[in-house]
Write a protein that binds this ligand. Structure first.
Ligand code: UT7
Length: 332
């Protein structure tokens, strides 16, 4: 079998019940529904409030739904990647914790840290492992509890983020579907503009790091915005061109959901219509590694076998990635 590819054969998702809307945020910091809606496009986000619950619990919910929908037994999964920058704890990995909770007893697993590009990095890694023929049922879950690293006294970042998890099942196929092309990259000089100052080995937690509010997302939004627009659209346009996908032939763009203005600029540069773009930022905000699989989850009913789909993301690092795939199934 020469043309073996990895195809997505199911999608699961989970967002917490608690909603934090723009009105409530406006009571917490000096902001307004109007500013957030116009500048970012978010109306509300989900927050995991339940005591004792964390990123792994959201991932477990998403993967459980995925297993149920695809009628897959936990022991059939032979590999799991959890993309996250908000692990339950520094170690063991969140993937380990998920494996234990779901009894994925045959799934070797690890966490992958690539911030908002985490799902794309995970999908690329997992699809190559399927292509290697060593693994047959692989789960990639993007899960982040961004509320655990968001400073709700900082109006420049707190409206942006939300919590959630999205998972896909990957299986080998010899049909003309699945992951076809990819462009991934990074630029480490972007660290300056988007990072978390403390909590790692460089600046371990201390009274001082807590007092200085250094355990939260730090972002220079304007600088990140400019690079995000140009990189996300460059890689998406490049992947369109080199696979001869005209705007009419593209069924869906699935962009990382960081800012509606970024999404619109990318779509414009690709020459596609808004109806071709998956958007759920208004409901969930930026859930980091979960945005892309949550879009696939929300739009699954509208996807048809053979649809040309381009995923594109940009995040802290900087990291970026774009993947071209053909959808593999019609939902029953
Ligand atoms: O997902 C990973 C990658 N991250 C991204 O892609 C995020 C990229 N950046 C962005 O999406 C945008 O830069 C933000 C949404 C973060 C900020 O939007 P902006 O249009 O770049 O605003 P700004 O930071 O340039 O601020 C413009 C003004 C400032 O006031 P002055 O100096 O013009 O008087 C800010 O103080 O808006 C003010 N401002 C706010 N006003 C009301 C900043 N945040 C708020 C707020 N409410 N929440």
């Amino acid at each position: 079998m020469t043309n073996l590819r990895a195809s997505i054969t199911g999608v699961g998702g989970y967002v917490p019940e608690d909603i934090l809307n723009n009105e409530e945020l406006s009571q917490m910091v000096d902001t307004s529904d109007e500013w957030i809606t116009q500048r970012v496009g978010i109306k509300e986000r989900r927050i995991l409030k339940e005591k004792g619950k964390a990123t792994s619990d959201m991932a477990v919910m998403a993967i459980q739904e995925l297993l149920d929908k695809t009628r897959t037994k936990p022991e059939e999964i032979d590999f799991l990647i959890c993309s996250t920058i908000t692990p339950d704890m520094a170690f063991p990995s969140t993937a380990n914790l998920i494996g234990e909770k779901l009894k994925l007893k045959n799934a070797f697993n690890f966490d992958l840290s690539a911030a908002c590009s985490g799902f794309i990095y995970g999908l690329e890694t997992a699809s190559r492992m399927i292509e290697s023929k060593a693994y047959k049922k692989v789960v990639v879950v993007g899960a982040d509890m961004m509320s655990s690293v968001t400073d709700y006294t900082d109006r420049s970042t707190c409206p942006l983020f939300g919590d959630g998890a999205g998972a896909v099942l990957l299986e080998p196929t010899s049909e003309d579907v699945g992951v076809i092309d990819r462009i991934l990259g990074y630029d480490g000089s972007g660290k300056e503009f988007l990072h978390m100052k403390a909590g790692g080995s460089l600046n371990p937690p201390s009274h001082q790091t807590v007092d200085n509010r250094e355990h939260f997302v730090y972002q220079e939004g304007k600088a990140v915005f400019k690079v995000a627009v140009s990189v996300m659209s460059d890689i998406a346009v490049n992947i369109m061109h080199r696979n001869n996908i005209s705007p009419e032939k593209l069924a869906w763009l699935v962009p990382h959901q960081a800012n509606m203005r970024i999404i619109e600029a990318v779509a414009r540069r690709m020459g596609i219509k808004r109806e071709q773009v998956m958007i759920n930022i208004q409901n969930y905000g930026n859930t980091t590694a979960a945005t892309i699989p949550l879009c696939l989850w929300n739009y699954e009913d509208q996807l048809k076998k053979g649809d040309n789909i381009i995923l594109t993301a940009f995040g802290a690092g900087y990291t970026w990635g774009s993947i071209y795939l053909k959808w593999a199934y019609n939902k029953k």
